[in-house]
Design a binder for this molecule. Structure first.
Ligand SMILES: Cc1cc2nc3c(=O)[nH]c(=O)nc-3n(C[C@H](O)[C@H](O)[C@H](O)COP(=O)(O)OP(=O)(O)OC[C@H]3O[C@@H](n4cnc5c(N)ncnc54)[C@H](O)[C@@H]3O)c2cc1C
Ligand SMILES: *[C@@H]1O[C@H](CO)[C@@H](O)[C@H](O)[C@H]1NC(C)=O
Ligand SMILES: *[C@@H]1O[C@H](CO)[C@@H](O)[C@H](O)[C@H]1NC(C)=O
Ligand SMILES: *[C@@H]1O[C@H](CO)[C@@H](O)[C@H](O)[C@H]1NC(C)=O
Ligand SMILES: *[C@@H]1O[C@H](CO)[C@@H](O)[C@H](O)[C@H]1NC(C)=O
Ligand SMILES: *[C@@H]1O[C@H](CO)[C@@H](O)[C@H](O)[C@H]1NC(C)=O
Ligand SMILES: *[C@@H]1O[C@H](CO)[C@@H](O)[C@H](O)[C@H]1NC(C)=O
Length: 603
């Protein structure tokens, strides 16, 4: 089904508007007037902001949730459309600064930075994979009150697992079936590569893991996702679409926060915004607290604009320094390398899809995300590269260092080039090579993702104009340990492609010609070649965290140090990446902050 949606998404999404009504409704936006006051103001309706605002409103507080975007595009409710959600109305596509050692085969050598805009934030455009990470991710923080034991109740509080009956009994203590964020398995993709990939990893002695959120994270797995009734479950749907929340919460759409109002005693009093179609500038007040949930790229921008950040940078920008804090530093993200495998087409693609624009054919909604729900976690140091077997079983081996993902790209689609290869941001040389292969073969993009990167980058102000995007310097692969981890991942993928099941299905590696990587007579299979390849075919999982982190910028109750009544809950507050996909932890952070606020604001 993916292919249908991809085709039509290129033709324009407006035709979906009537075709795919979601099965629920989102809150109606409010119109604001200058000087209005609320108890709490939450900035950003994404993974964390929606739970913070919804929980406060359910507890009876007066809450305003301000969101720069509006309702998500109707196509976003269809899981199969997940790679097509590049519509600028709901996807910020930020520019980044190159570091000259990563993303070298991307257009302008620039890595991508995308984020969701509108209710649900990035949970309305992401790949919907529900992975909590490893319990050690929290224990290792060594911050009082932030161990796994402290966090587990917040993961469970919101989880509404639909498919517990499909998991082993050992999984029961790790799940909740009644929480507000409904999750479950994606619809069957009917793609034979689904089981071939699993069989291939099993041939390399990877365990088949029924539940990466259960006892062990290691092995090859069919991942659970934020999906319910074959529709996407964003935080917009899980929290803001609830009737009890809609009755109580005020949501201001198309309302962009431009700064935090902080008085001379360093107490946050409210925010400034531009609101509605005429971009009216307003001041809004919070009698209790202001909460920033604008994400890892914008929350640090808003703090710096308000005088909270690194003193030298603020001085350079001519902004009076209120509090000197390492805001915007230590941004870490999981970068990845793409390996392309070519294979015979495995899906029966009806001829009509090529003519669907003429026929006006409507698209059946689809709950599948093709091969993307097959994921593998491994500690690459526990893999025996000589005998091609995952061997180790020490406790260390239970801590994955790499995650592998897969994306299926059907053969010969007229849209492949525009949608897939352009979406990945690759340059003309690579797009042309892949398009050529794609004429005759299906492609599987296999990616290897170091889970706890040592490289880190920064977010800085480009200007004192809050409507300008910040300067984003992801700085992937600046630490060679990340590159070595990627190369080990590539070697495992090579072994996977050489397993019997892959060979029998006629699959083989696509050898991309990268001039820079062969210039010094490098062997096409040397480690040196693969290092160069990884520096070229780098891209990102869009998982940045750490730019206003707990322990560095925030205290253990998520308060901004040195400013009263100002807190942060979003990806920027996570000091380091979980060994997995971050949304689950970010939502839990939102749940947790709501508790802190309710506990700390008892009269
Ligand atoms: C393509 C893609 C795929 C991904 N896949 C997965 C996945 O499969 N699983 C997973 O766990 N994670 C995934 N992620 C990451 C995950 O979605 C994010 O880490 C998470 O959503 C971050 O949450 P957040 O609350 O920090 O920010 P967001 O969810 O981005 O929310 C921030 C909100 O703030 C709003 N905002 C920004 N600036 C302002 C302003 N000035 N005023 C008002 N509002 C503002 C934004 O419009 C947005 O709605 C993916 C991300 C991307 C981009
Ligand atoms: C990358 O290279 C360009 C062009 O040579 C240079 O201007 C830029 O400063 C370099 N960036 C970094 C981070 O080294
Ligand atoms: C944890 O933090 C405490 C107090 O800051 C410190 O004494 C201890 O060494 C830390 N432990 C580890 C494993 O880092
Ligand atoms: C499961 O979800 C329900 C509904 O939100 C909640 O009341 C309950 O406390 C959760 N269970 C656990 C163990 O957190
Ligand atoms: C944060 O980044 C600074 C330099 O940018 C570095 O010195 C420091 O070690 C980093 N801290 C953490 C906890 O990663
Ligand atoms: C598309 O439609 C045109 C005319 O209706 C027809 O000539 C052509 O063969 C069709 N193409 C495909 C791939 O079905
Ligand atoms: C781990 O490996 C050791 C030595 O090979 C073996 O004795 C033990 O049974 C293994 N444990 C598990 C849990 O597989």
């Amino acid at each position: 089904m993916l292919v249908f949606l991809l085709l039509l998404s290129v033709l324009g999404t407006t035709q979906f508007a009537g075709a795919l009504p979601p099965s629920f409704s989102l809150p109606v936006g409010v119109t604001l007037t200058d000087g209005e006051e609320f108890e709490y103001i939450v900035v950003g309706a994404g993974a964390a902001g929606a739970p913070v605002a919804a929980r406060l409103a359910l507890a009876g507080a007066s809450v305003l949730l301000v969101e720069a975007g509006g309702d998500p595009d109707p196509i976003s409710w269809v899981p199969a459309a997940f790679v097509a959600l590049a519509n600028p109305a709901m996807n910020y596509q930020y520019k980044t600064i190159s570091n000259n050692v990563s993303c070298l085969s991307s257009r302008n050598r620039a890595c991508q930075a995308r984020r969701g805009k509108g209710l649900g934030g990035t949970t309305s455009i992401n790949y919907m994979m529900y992975v909590r990470g490893n319990r050690h991710d929290f224990d290792e923080l060594n911050i009082t009150g932030w161990s796994w034991k402290d966090m587990k109740p917040y993961f469970l509080r919101y989880e509404g697992l639909q498919d517990l009956d499909l998991l082993p009994p050992s999984s029961i203590p790790y799940h909740n079936t009644t929480g507000t964020m409904k999750i479950g398995f994606f619809e069957d993709s009917k793609n034979p590569w689904h089981s071939r990939i699993i069989d291939g990893y099993e041939a390399l002695n990877f365990p088949r893991n029924p539940d990466v959120n259960g006892i062990s994270q290691i092995g090859v797995s069919r991942i659970i996702g934020y999906t319910y009734g074959n529709e996407r479950m964003s935080t917009a749907r899980g929290y803001l679409g609830r009737d009890d929340v809609k009755r109580k919460l005020k949501v201001a759409k198309y309302t962009r926060c431009t700064g935090i109002i902080i008085d001379d005693d360093n107490v946050a009093r409210g925010i400034t915004v531009v609101h509605g179609p005429f971009k009216t500038a307003l001041r809004l007040y919070a009698s209790r607290e202001v909460i920033l949930s604008a994400g890892a790229l914008v929350t640090p921008q808003l703090l710096m604009l308000s005088g909270v950040g690194p003193a030298d940078h603020l001085n350079e920008m001519g902004i009076p320094v209120r509090v000197d804090l390492p805001v915007g530093n230590n941004m870490t993200d999981q970068s990845l390398v793409s390996i392309f495998v070519k294979a015979e087409e495995s899906l029966n693609l009806p001829k009509e899809i090529l003519n669907s624009s003429e026929s006006g054919m409507l698209v059946p909604p689809s709950g599948s995300i093709s091969l993307t729900d097959v994921a593998t976690f491994v500690n690459t140091l526990c893999y025996d590269f000589v005998n091609r077997q995952l061997t180790g079983n020490s406790t260390e081996c239970e801590l994955p260092t790499t995650q592998f993902y897969n994306l299926y790209i059907g053969r010969g689609l007229p849209v492949v080039e525009q949608v897939i290869f352009r979406y990945l941001g690759l340059d003309d040389s690579v797009v042309n090579q892949l398009s050529e292969v794609s004429k005759n073969y299906a492609l599987i993009r296999m990616t290897s993702v170091p889970l706890q990167p040592k490289s880190s980058g920064t977010v800085r102000l480009a200007s004192v104009d809050p409507l300008q995007a910040p300067v984003i310097f992801p700085n992937y692969l600046s630490d060679d340990r990340d590159l070595e981890e990627m190369v080990r991942g590539i070697r495992i993928i090579e072994h996977l492609i050489e397993t019997t099941v892959f060979k029998a299905a006629g699959a083989s590696l696509v050898r991309l010609e990268l001039k820079d990587c062969l210039s010094d007579g490098q062997q096409q299979d040397s480690d040196e070649y693969w290092r160069c390849y990884a520096r070229h075919l780098t891209s990102t999982t869009f998982h940045s965290v750490g730019t206003s982190a707990l322990g560095r910028v925030l205290d253990a109750r998520l308060r901004v140090r040195g400013v009263a009544r100002l807190r942060v809950a979003d990806a920027s507050a996570l000091p380091r990446l979980p060994r997995g996909n971050p949304a689950a932890a970010v939502i839990a952070l939102g749940e947790r902050l709501a508790d802190f606020l309710l506990e700390d604001n008892v009269n």
